[in-house]
Design a protein around this ligand. Structure first.
Ligand code: HEM
Length: 206
């Protein structure tokens, strides 16, 4: 008999997440196009890619501020608070499950409940992306949009180059995260259960 569905994704989380995913897709496509731009065969016309990238960048920042503030004032924020004691062991137990246990039909070591929406690896990756990588991306992106605010020299190197490097690094990590994230989302009761959860708000336990 299947267990009760749990309401885990309130409407604002679903709305934020959907916009975030769409904005990130546009930013990755236009970002990659600018990075590997060749005037003879541009993936997307360079000036068009720049404009679309800037617009979606601003939209992403507004959406991110919404997520950040909502997480400060709603119960959703508590899922992002890491309990550091024993965290490494919990992450390793989850890693062991994903690399071995799951193939032997073992039960997940940290089943999803109303009190624990994320398993330790999800929690680690979501905190890393949402509270470190996206802020680095946003701040460096704003720096590149308004380059006059960037110091000319940082530790003897060009401030603009360092900002650019940070932006590309964060973009790379977030792009990588997105692929891995979508793959891990297929590990649910059925391969599409987690995607349906993000539409209905209800998580289906295994
Ligand atoms: C096509 C792109 C994406 C798809 C299909 C997708 C899918 C999903 C699904 C099904 C969930 C719910 C299951 C779970 O919690 O693991 C989820 C949650 C989440 N995703 Fe994504 N995602 C996408 C892109 C992104 C991106 C680009 C980011 C961050 C930059 C992101 C960050 C998150 C976060 C933080 C959660 C947890 C939200 C919460 O409940 O507080 N996702 N995603």
């Amino acid at each position: 008999m299947s267990e009760e569905k749990i309401y885990l994704y309130p409407r604002w989380v679903r709305l934020w997440h959907m916009m975030n995913a769409v904005f990130c897709l546009f930013l990755i496509i236009t970002g990659v196009s600018m990075q590997f731009s060749n005037p003879k065969v541009p993936l997307i016309r360079f000036d068009l890619a720049v404009s679309v990238h800037n617009i979606f960048g601003i939209l992403l920042i507004i959406n991110y501020l919404f997520f950040f503030i909502a997480n400060l004032f709603t119960w959703n924020g508590k899922y992002y608070k890491i309990e550091f004691r024993g965290f490494y062991q919990r992450v390793m137990a989850q890693f062991r499950y994903y690399t071995r246990g799951i193939f032997k039909g073992e039960h997940p070591p940290f089943p999803i409940t109303k009190a624990r929406k994320f398993n330790p690896l999800q929690q680690f990756s979501y905190v890393l992306v949402m509270y470190i990588m996206v802020p680095v991306m946003v701040i460096s992106g704003l720096g590149l949009l308004y380059p006059n605010v960037i110091p000319t020299q940082l530790w003897g190197l060009s401030g603009l180059h360092i900002t650019d490097l940070l932006h590309i690094l964060a973009g790379f990590v977030i792009s990588l995260f997105m692929f891995v994230h979508v793959y891990f989302c297929t590990i649910g009761k059925t391969p599409v259960s987690n995607f349906i959860s993000m539409l209905t708000g209800y998580h289906e336990p295994h």
